[in-house]
Design a protein around this ligand. Structure first.
Ligand SMILES: [Zn+2]
Length: 222
């Protein structure tokens, strides 16, 4: 969603969101450009829809970038340019909150730069950076790359660094960290008999069933 104000960074676990990830020609948002954009829509904690497009950057991709993301000049030469891809990405994200890894200092900068260049506007969706959540939730880790967090949760990281795979990995890590972030309580769910957890929601703490999403029972904190 475009607007005159950049979206704010949030630090919470929510049920409906879009995870996104970019691959780029390099690290500098003032000079480098997007070559792949992927996103996954999540509803009630479950992945429901995916979006993934390669982008022709209309310039050579440095080999240093291709080595990381395995995207070559050959792969993008028939692909649409960012002016065609970006509006489709904006359609896909709608006004959802965005979730991604290291997006506060990286991907959001590319997103805002691109929106400014194409429309003279910025992207006003609020966003959650899983890097910041991971530092709170997993203080025992020494590094916080997406692959470090995924490895902690014993996920397969072989496909890391293509945008769609990174989205799926980020989404799984986010949902795993949510479970650690939730505090156990001694209360029992009156619907299914599961344990109630104290969870952090958009409007503060609440009690929710540990069998979510199968059981959707919630109540205010006692
Ligand atoms: Zn329940």
């Amino acid at each position: 969603m475009l607007g005159s104000q950049q979206g704010k960074q949030l630090y919470e676990y929510i049920d409906n969101y879009v995870v996104f990830d970019l691959e780029t020609t390099g690290l500098n948002p003032n000079w480098d450009t997007i070559i792949e954009v992927s996103a996954v829509k999540v509803r009630m904690g479950e992945r429901t829809e995916t979006f993934s497009m390669l982008v022709n950057p209309e310039r050579p991709i440095p080999s240093s970038a291709s080595m990381v993301n395995h995207i070559t000049n050959e792969m993008v030469k028939q692909e649409p340019t960012i002016s065609e891809v970006f509006p489709q990405f904006l359609d896909f994200i709608g006004d959802d909150i965005l979730v991604g890894h290291n997006i506060h200092t990286f991907d959001m900068k590319f997103i805002h730069k691109t929106a400014e260049a194409l429309y003279g506007n910025v992207v006003s969706n609020n966003y959650i950076d899983t890097l910041f959540l991971a530092r709170q939730c997993l203080p025992q880790l020494s590094r916080y790359r997406l692959v470090d967090i995924a490895a902690y949760f014993q996920m397969n990281t072989a496909e890391a660094h293509r945008a769609l795979q990174d989205c799926i990995m980020t989404q799984t890590c986010y949902e795993q960290m949510r479970k650690i972030g939730d505090k156990q309580t001694t209360h029992t769910c009156p619907v299914c008999g599961g344990r109630l957890l104290q969870r952090q929601g958009r409007y503060g703490a609440f009690l929710g069933c540990s069998n979510f999403p199968q059981c959707r029972y919630t109540e205010n904190c006692r």
